[in-house]
Write a protein that binds this ligand. Structure first.
Ligand code: BTN
Length: 240
């Protein structure tokens, strides 16, 4: 397998797209100068404090499965991180992990489709590990945290990283071979399950209801005043 290590790089996702890496290649950076989040946000990537890496995969399976991949990788990382923490860890559908109500990890997954088949997945993972409160910018202090802030100790990034690679490889191969993804287990660990939530699009609420679960196809199930809705895209938010 190909492992690429960068002391500093613009973004491991950008690097993944610059070259044609083989299936399974892992690109790791100590720091990123232009770390990317979803929605054109930036992902502040302090040297040596967080984990910033991208995995290149070439699944060659039907495009219908695309929505499952976010949940698959999210659940793999979730399973590893929960072994390291005492705090309340949850999966925020579909692309984040929360610890004690604040974000500790995010996924930026970019895909290429050819003839109805997923030819390439660029799976970018950012995890806040050893940051202190002062390392976060003012505007995200309220919503972001790190393992260290919540658990009150420093973690081995290397140990967590190796655990994650192992877990992702295992879960990914099982999914490719057997189409196996335990939606029920993911559902049990969903943030805001059975609570009143909203779905936002471009920051505006487009749907409100009670989050009642996760459907087999990876969509969220919301019970609104009128009926049951399946949500495939949008930002999940708590209703208060
Ligand atoms: C998000 O929560 O908006 C997604 C954050 C993804 C950040 C990771 S860090 C490694 C990889 N390279 C990037 O530029 N972004 C992802």
């Amino acid at each position: 397998k190909k492992y690429l290590y960068f002391e500093e790089i613009d973004s491991t996702n950008i690097q993944a797209k610059r070259e044609n890496y083989e299936d399974g290649a892992v690109i790791f950076a100590e720091s990123q100068t232009a770390g990317k989040g979803r929605k054109n946000r930036k992902w502040i990537s302090h040297k040596g404090l967080g984990l910033y890496f991208t995995i290149v995969l070439k699944p060659e399976i039907e495009v219908n499965y695309l929505s499952h991949f976010s949940l698959l990788f999210n659940y793999s990382v979730f399973k590893v991180l929960r072994n390291y923490v005492n705090g309340k860890i949850k999966i925020k559908w579909p692309n984040d992990i929360y610890l004690n109500g604040k974000k500790i990890a995010g996924f930026l997954i970019e895909s290429s489709i050819e003839n109805n088949s997923i030819s390439k997945l660029i799976v970018g993972v950012g995890i806040n590990v050893n940051q202190s409160i002062k390392d976060f910018e003012e505007d995200i202090k309220e919503v972001a945290t790190s393992l260290k802030i919540e658990e009150g100790k420093t973690f081995s990034r290397k140990e967590i990283f190796l655990d994650i690679l192992q877990q992702i490889e295992k879960d990914y191969l099982k999914f490719i071979k057997e189409n196996y993804l335990d939606i029920k287990k993911i559902e049990e660990n969903l943030l805001w399950l059975n609570q009143d939530v909203m779905i936002l699009e471009d920051g505006k609420p487009i749907l409100s209801g009670k989050l009642i679960g996760l459907n087999e196809d990876g969509s969220l199930m919301l019970r609104t005043d009128e009926d049951l809705r399946f949500v495939y895209v949008g930002d999940l938010s708590i209703r208060n």
